[in-house]
Design a protein around this ligand. Sequence first.
Ligand code: G3I
Length: 350
Amino acid sequence: MKNCFFCILFPLIFSFHENDKGIDNMDQALYKNADFSVGVAIKIKRLKNDAIYKRLVLEQFNSFTAENIMKPSYLHPEKDVFYFEDADYLAEFCKKNNKRLHGHTLVWHKSLPPWIENFKGNKAAWEAMLKEHIKTIIIHYKGYINSWDVVNEAFNDDGSLRKNIWLKNIGESYIEKSFIYANEADSSAKLFYNDFNLEASRTKLNTVLQFVAELKSRGIKIDGIGMQMHVKHYYPDINAINQAAFKVQENGLLVHYSELSVSLNKKNKNLTLTNEMLTLQKKKIKEIVEGYMKLKKDAQFGITVWGLSDPAVAWQRDKNNDWPFLFDQNYNPKPAYYGFLEALTENQKN
Ligand code: G3I
């Protein structure tokens, strides 16, 4: 009877640890090996309901960004109604667990509530509405959030201004007005302009940097650029990425790799994940982190990954067929995770 008991028990214990090895034996933590903030975009439902998710984001990251719940459609669903419940939960969670919470995002052309999409009024009315939106949210989170993506994705890749409702109703001054209102609401907060393809399109990067420099020359406070960094394992080339980041730094701006994801699904074809792809992803992540670490310390706002685990989420075209993150669907660390970690630890040894 005794022998039989151990025959059954030992294999069971062994197999439990094998299956869970990625999750249970993680004595490493990204942020503890970094001298800059390492962040993750948070899905609030998982944070509330999924214990492993919660444990991993707490263990691995020291900066959180809400993936969705701080966008206008969530926080400001009706003209005179603000819905703070979920974002307050996240803010309290961050405060309690000593995590930085980065605010994302106040002014964008997407995730707008219908009342803003259908807003009627002259330029002054639009400005007043924008001002109230920005100020109410920033003031609500004073003491909880010290950095904001104020304006998101205002430019096209060719350097022209994106035709959105803000441009149409206020004109291009909506961008500077947004930063002015944000600064009026909390003058100690770090204010960011956030966009994608800044590492891939020189035209877009140069235009954004010129635009920001012109605003700053008129005394408007902008502290940094969020380079979203939704890249592919083969594009853009690491030199292009590093040069773009250096250029942002040279302009006296903080550099936030604000939404890092490394897509493996080339041209959105129906691919199967292979070890070769995972290795390429690891290489890319490692190069990106190594490049980031060469920036001046005081320019490094941090690197934030746009999700904890695969598969890719709805914003990617082929939603169930990409693997852009550091952990797999069972929350096991991928080679990409070790690429990030190696960049951090190997640099410490040098
Ligand atoms: O929560 C609802 C769910 O109740 C409903 O059944 C479902 C039906 O479509 O929609 C769900 O909401 C979706 C939400 O993601 C949560 O999954 C929205 O439709 C969808 O639009 C939303 O997409 C988000 C997208 O921004 C638009 O806001 C993505 O999750 C989010 O990752 C993505 O993030 C953006 C950054 O904010 C800015 N930079 C680009 C980045 C990727 O596109």
